[in-house]
Write a protein that binds this ligand. Structure first.
Ligand code: HEC
Length: 238
């Protein structure tokens, strides 16, 4: 079978000297060379990825408990403001802030937002403290300086790669009223905050801050003895 194979370059070299090849040898395939630009890109990427993981290690890994570095916070803010459609940003709030609507919005906020943002908007809850990035203090300049349209868009659409969920199912009116409520947060009264507590999910406060509804009656460590003087029943007894 192998005899049927046409002679290859090696066979010719081994054949008797002087024997003429029957047909011109095909040119040997050129070794493929990686263009230098590809090599530079690959090495560059490897250095970037390696650097990223080194930096990640030094910056606390993937832990959500670390504080974002200044650069990270700046980049995140810039990316978000760039990603916000300017049409959304310029939308006007069609609902003026009215006392009754503020009460309803406060209940809505207590039920759905305060678990992360806290009733007063400072973000100091178990969830808020342990999210990365943390929710900002909604009473502060960074939030209050945003347009109503920005806040509306943020609440409806959420914020990618963060703990801020989208709330697209509420009526537009309820969302605009939440925007009014966020505007009201810097001047919220202790009375309003107390009212909101009724609507909070149970997990909002870390254990030591949980409001104690009633002082619990001290539980007896053991069943009292049936008759004075007789030994207390032990667990194993039937
Ligand atoms: C599970 C936690 C969580 C819940 C629930 C939540 N948020 Fe947020 N929210 C966040 C986090 C975290 C951020 C910050 C995200 C960032 O900076 O990238 C944020 C950001 C925001 C911002 C942007 C503030 C700014 O300065 O840009 C607004 C407005 C906001 N939340 C409103 C709400 C409202 C209103 C609700 C309820 C309807 C709500 N959030 C529910 C976690 C939450």
């Amino acid at each position: 079978m192998s005899d049927a194979r046409p002679p290859r370059g090696d066979d010719r070299r081994n054949s008797a000297p002087g024997a003429k090849p029957k047909s011109p040898a095909p040119p040997p395939p050129k070794p493929r060379r990686v263009p230098w630009i590809v090599a530079i890109v690959v090495v560059g990427l490897a250095v970037l990825v390696g650097g990223f993981f080194l930096w990640l290690g030094s910056a606390g890994g993937f832990s959500a408990r670390a504080k974002p570095t200044g650069i990270e916070a700046f980049l995140a803010r810039t990316m978000r403001s760039l990603a916000l459609p300017s049409r959304a940003s310029h939308r006007k709030n069609p609902y003026p802030s009215a006392p009754a609507a503020l009460v309803t919005a406060g209940e809505n906020f207590a039920a759905h937002c305060a678990i992360c943002h806290n009733n007063n908007g400072d973000g100091k809850t178990t969830f808020g403290r342990n999210l990365y990035p943390h929710p900002p203090d909604l009473r502060g300049f960074t939030t209050q300086d945003k347009s109503d349209g920005d806040l509306y868009y943020t609440i409806r659409n959420g914020i990618r790669l963060s703990g801020m969920p989208a709330f697209p199912d509420d009526s537009p009116r309820r969302t605009w009223e939440l925007v009014n409520f966020i505007r009201h947060l810097p001047k919220i009264t202790p009375r309003e905050l107390r009212q909101m507590r009724k609507y909070n999910p149970k997990t909002i406060f870390p254990a030591p801050l949980m409001p104690q509804s009633k002082p619990a009656a001290p539980a007896p460590a053991q069943m009292p003895p049936a008759h004075p003087g007789s030994p207390a029943p032990s667990k194993g007894r039937k």
